[in-house]
Design a binder for this molecule. Structure first.
Ligand SMILES: [Zn+2]
Ligand SMILES: [Zn+2]
Length: 360
């Protein structure tokens, strides 16, 4: 229990610290003509943007924290994730641009504040709406120094859950510890669309808080196996809509990263050598790109992220603790158990990098 409390504190604290320590890149894609006046709702992250059509009855709202997916069903609207605190009215207003139906269901992909932050608004304004998350996510939200009763779900599930039927069927999957202890993958079978939460964001290796590198590789491996033949579109937790091939590449990359890290850890090589190995696979090029993505909320380039995750794998091999706030973005110090990493591999982005941020 104590470990979980500490993780929850670290999760909330370091996300906020990262968001404020790092200047938000300017000019997120399609930045917001017609956004109503008012205080910024991004909580230090890029503010939310107008609702975009994805396909059929599926829409997406970027920014203000994680992506919010909007699915208009027969008897109401389903939201996946509710962004940072204070975004409820804006999400509500954007949904009303595409339908008059009430919000009936909210699913949270995990417990981080940029994905559950505005649950309270929907609890208050749509008292009949169900709010569902994995039981591990509820536990994370219930602990810590500032438990958030207003953000809690109305229901939880353990491993699998099916909601609705026919064209409105939704399937929830949990494959164990990964980005958090309560990750949920949301499948909309009719749309052949899968929501990833932060296990996939900005088409790069995931920011690894609770689980560590091996857990993420196991989680994405199990996910790809279970979703084979069911998915065309993949909504990442932040950033753009990806596709099945992108998810398969990420799962292969997560596994290859741990394997390469193990080889070089055992040889007492520095972690950068594992990243150099990954670069030999041309298919992995997008996951090792050296540009900042326009609109990125926190973190660094895909290459820097790969370096961070190899560092985390090294800590795991050495039996040292991993988790949010531990080694994420920090160079790995040299110890008698492992070689240190090059600080520049995990350094925050420079103003020049931010100025040349790329759209994809
Ligand atoms: Zn997030
Ligand atoms: Zn997260």
């Amino acid at each position: 229990m104590k470990t979980k409390v500490v993780l929850a504190i670290l999760a909330a604290g370091s996300l906020a610290a990262m968001a404020s320590a790092q200047q938000a890149p300017q000019g997120a894609p399609g930045a917001a003509p017609g956004r109503p006046a008012g205080p910024p709702r991004g909580g230090g992250l890029p503010p939310p943007e107008p609702i975009e059509h994805v396909k059929d009855n599926v829409y997406k709202i970027f920014g203000g924290g994680g992506n919010t997916l909007v699915v208009v069903q027969k008897d109401g609207v389903v939201l996946v994730d509710t962004k940072m605190p204070g975004n409820g009215p804006y999400i509500d207003e954007q949904v009303k641009k595409v339908t008059d139906k009430p919000i009936k269901l909210i699913i949270n992909t995990h417990s981080h504040p940029d994905h559950v932050g505005s649950n309270d608004y929907f609890r208050e304004h749509y008292p009949n709406a169900r709010i569902i998350m994995n039981e591990g996510a509820k536990e994370e939200l219930s602990g810590g120094p500032r438990p958030s009763p207003a953000l809690l779900p109305t229901e939880t599930y353990k491993d699998r859950m099916t909601i609705g039927s026919g064209a409105d069927r939704i399937e929830l999957y949990h494959f164990g510890r990964g980005h958090t202890n309560g990750d949920t993958f949301v499948l909309f079978p009719a749309a052949r669309l899968l929501c990833m939460g932060d296990v996939m964001a900005w088409n790069m290796a995931p920011f690894l808080p609770a689980g560590g590198a091996e857990a993420i590789a196991e989680e994405t491996g199990a996910l790809v196996k279970a979703m084979k033949g069911k998915v065309d579109l993949v909504e990442e937790g932040h950033g753009h809509i990806n596709n099945w091939a992108g998810l398969v590449r990420l799962a292969k990359f997560d596994r290859a990263l741990v394997d390469a890290a193990k080889v070089h850890y055992d040889r007492m090589d520095p972690p950068g050598m594992a990243v150099a190995d990954l670069q030999k696979n041309a298919d992995f090029a997008p996951l090792l790109d050296t540009h900042i993505k326009k609109g990125l909320e926190y973190g660094n380039t895909p290459r820097a992220r790969a370096n961070m995750n190899v560092n985390i794998a090294y800590l795991e091999f050495a039996g040292e603790p991993v988790g949010f706030g531990v080694a994420n973005g920090q160079p790995l110090p040299a110890t008698d158990k492992h070689k240190g990493s090059d600080p520049k591999d995990t350094a925050p982005p420079t103003p020049e990098m931010l100025a040349t941020a790329v759209a994809k």
